[in-house]
Design a protein around this ligand. Structure first.
Ligand code: ZN
Length: 157
């Protein structure tokens, strides 16, 4: 199988069998950890929408789930993202998001450690679809920023 074909298969697999899909059960969020964080965003050009829920514990992404509608690229990217960020520290997640954005915008190159994300190498050549690939990542970054702002407010009270 050609590499290009393989990448297509990876994206299609995540689209058809999305990982970490759905919502975090309410019972889990009331276990005295931290409140459930939510973030959502749309890409009106393509009609993509992504909803993300996540839980932070000890500055780590304890759990993350997503739902959404839209094109194959936007949904597959969200699925791959949840697999890559789950369990990571917020700092590492932010670094990865910023790196992936730079890669998709052509400022950095893909590296082997990015796993299934390598499947998006071809998407970089399709400017109209870069927004689709980045949507979930921007939604998560926004959610993390909001979470960190709330933490600062709490400390300052
Ligand atoms: Zn799209």
């Amino acid at each position: 199988m050609e590499l290009k074909e393989l990448y297509k298969e990876v994206i299609l697999d995540h689209y058809q069998n999305p990982r970490n899909y759905g919502e975090i059960p309410y019972a889990y969020s009331s276990e005295g950890i931290n409140p459930l964080c939510k973030s959502e965003g749309e890409n009106p050009i393509c009609g993509d929408a992504i909803y993300i829920q996540f839980l932070v514990k000890d500055n780590r992404l304890e759990d993350i789930r997503f739902t959404g509608t839209g094109c194959t690229i936007s949904q597959a990217s969200a699925s791959i993202m949840t697999e890559l960020v789950k369990g990571k520290s917020l700092e590492d997640v932010k670094t990865l998001i910023i790196r992936f954005k730079r890669i998709m915008e052509g400022e950095e190159d893909f590296t082997e450690d990015l796993g299934d994300l390598l499947a998006f190498e071809g998407v970089r050549k399709l400017p109209a679809r870069i927004k689709c690939a980045l949507l979930a990542w921007e939604v998560l970054l926004e959610g993390i920023k909001k979470y960190l702002e709330r933490q600062v407010e709490r400390v300052n009270v």
